[in-house]
Write a protein that binds this ligand. Structure first.
Ligand SMILES: [Zn+2]
Length: 482
């Protein structure tokens, strides 16, 4: 490949022949970021999303004739499409309007669509080719820094049914008379040892009485359901450590009987479990406010409660701007990553009077995108209304960082972002950070964004913002605990 195109002559290269077959992956997963527009074929390259020939259903045989560059249709930073084209393709104009024409003309850049930076790194290539892994609910539970890896490893073998129990040995052709070492009554299977045996049942019964919950011992994995209850962090570690230790001790007792001839009573097994769990629980760095039920559990395993540090209470003030200035508080959020996203903001003058506000439904997007779109809209609105003394405030550190380095701005938003930076150069502009607790008005404007269609402008304070608005107007502080 050279100059973003594929060469049509032979070169001898050992690397090239290896990666040649992935060219289609690269071309199908890249998109142009518009610069001058002189590299981009207006019709056949992907730069609006999919190529325009696909979006407009242009027949394949005429593709070769379409040679116009994107630059041919840009005049004075606006799209200029001949009427003869728009009359045939009325959908073309809204498609083009979704692409921002940069004011400062850089070169066109080919971007990898699956990364925010647009750069195809080695990591991105790996993520693209990586097989989709399985989702195993217990995996995160058993691998944890407070549990010794040897125990986690044994647990992993149990969950995958990979312990040398009699039934598994028979299955592999090693015929033996099977007898459970723990109760001596039934044949040995993984399910019997850990779930059905009277020995393990006695231990599970004791554990259920300690945590005052019923334990579902119908299968090995169902036992882990109790770890997913709403425990505080330190207590959760204790419960997980207890479950894993019960499994490992049961296996240890079975081996002691089989290979050493020692039979261990379930009560002494419990004492070993308590001392092991006590070690995990006390050495854990996790801390929590514990309830009475959790306090009883921690005491049963001789674990000292790790109290969290006392919270520091901070007053957060919202300040109105100076005379002649307009202040805009913006915010953005997404319900998921990605998820339904919205952003919003409100403008106030030096007397803290409401000048207007906006709420925008962005659709499926990421939180950072929503924050940045909120900021860009604030700048564009302020510019269009002639508010040339603009103070922008957001509760996102990343937004403040984006003004210092545009590298964190996702490439899809970058053209619009640079255009906004150009607008701020024509204004008196400052940007600051405020804690979330002081940005409640903007936060409420964001919540309103979910129920609107696209961009919505408020001339008056929306009812749901009224309370926080008045509290800001009166100069009341908000409080931050951390
Ligand atoms: Zn048994």
């Amino acid at each position: 490949m050279r100059s973003y195109g594929i060469i049509d002559y032979h070169i001898s290269s050992s690397i090239w022949s290896g990666i040649k077959r992935h060219i289609s992956n690269v071309t199908n997963n890249t998109c142009w970021q518009l610069g001058k527009g002189d590299q981009i074929n207006f019709w056949t390259d992907s730069w609006v999303g999919d190529p325009l020939v696909d979006l407009l259903n242009i027949p394949r045989h005429s593709h070769a004739l379409l040679q116009a560059k994107a630059a041919h249709f840009i005049v004075n930073d606006h799209w200029l499409i001949p009427h003869s084209i728009t009359s045939i393709y009325p959908n073309l104009v809204p498609l083009l309007n979704s692409v921002t024409i940069p004011i400062t003309k850089a070169n066109d850049e080919l971007r990898w669509i699956h990364s925010d930076s647009g750069v195809l790194s080695f990591k991105d290539a790996y993520l693209f080719h990586r097989p989709i892994g399985q989702h195993i609910p217990w995996a995160k539970i058993i691998w944890c820094e407070d549990i010794p890896p040897s125990k986690s490893c044994l647990m992993w073998r149990i969950m995958h049914n990979r312990l040398p129990t009699d039934d598994l040995l028979c299955h592999r052709g090693c015929y033996i008379v099977s007898k459970c070492d723990l109760c001596g009554k039934e044949a040995e299977t993984i399910h019997h040892i850990f779930c059905d045996c009277s020995f393990s049942k006695a231990i599970w019964h004791w554990f259920a009485s300690v945590i005052s919950l019923r334990i579902d011992t119908s299968t090995v994995s169902s036992i882990f359901d109790i770890c997913n209850k709403n425990w505080n962090s330190q207590c959760k570690i204790v419960v997980i450590a207890a479950v894993i230790n019960i499994f490992t001790i049961i296996w240890w007792c079975r081996n002691q009987h089989r290979f050493e001839g020692k039979s261990i009573h379930w009560r002494s097994a419990i004492n070993t479990i308590i001392s092991n769990v006590s070690l995990s629980g006390n050495l854990s760095k996790k801390s929590s406010f514990v309830s009475m039920q959790e306090f009883v559990i921690l005491k049963a395993f001789n674990v000292n409660v790790h109290h969290p540090n006392a919270p520091v209470i901070k007053e957060v003030w919202w300040h109105p701007p100076l005379y002649n200035w307009v202040k805009c508080n913006t915010d953005g959020s997404a319900l998921g990553n990605p998820g339904i996203a919205s952003c919003g903001g409100l403008f106030r003058d030096y007397t803290a009077t409401f000048l207007g506000g906006f709420s925008i439904n962005i659709g499926n997007s990421y939180a950072l995108h929503a924050e940045l779109i909120g900021v860009m809209n604030a700048i564009e609105v302020a510019h269009s209304k002639g508010w040339n003394y603009l103070w922008l405030e957001s509760d996102s550190q990343l937004v403040n960082l984006a003004f210092k380095s545009s590298l964190i701005v996702p490439w899809k938003l970058r053209n619009r972002w640079f255009n906004c930076l150009e607008l701020t150069k024509t204004m008196h502009f400052r940007v600051t950070h405020i804690y979330r607790e002081g940005n409640c008005c903007a936060d409420k404007m964001v919540a309103l964004g979910i129920n609107v269609d696209g961009f919505y402008w408020w001339d008056n304070v929306p009812p749901s913002v009224q309370g926080d608005y008045i509290s800001n107007l009166m100069g009341l502080p908000s409080f931050r605990f951390h």
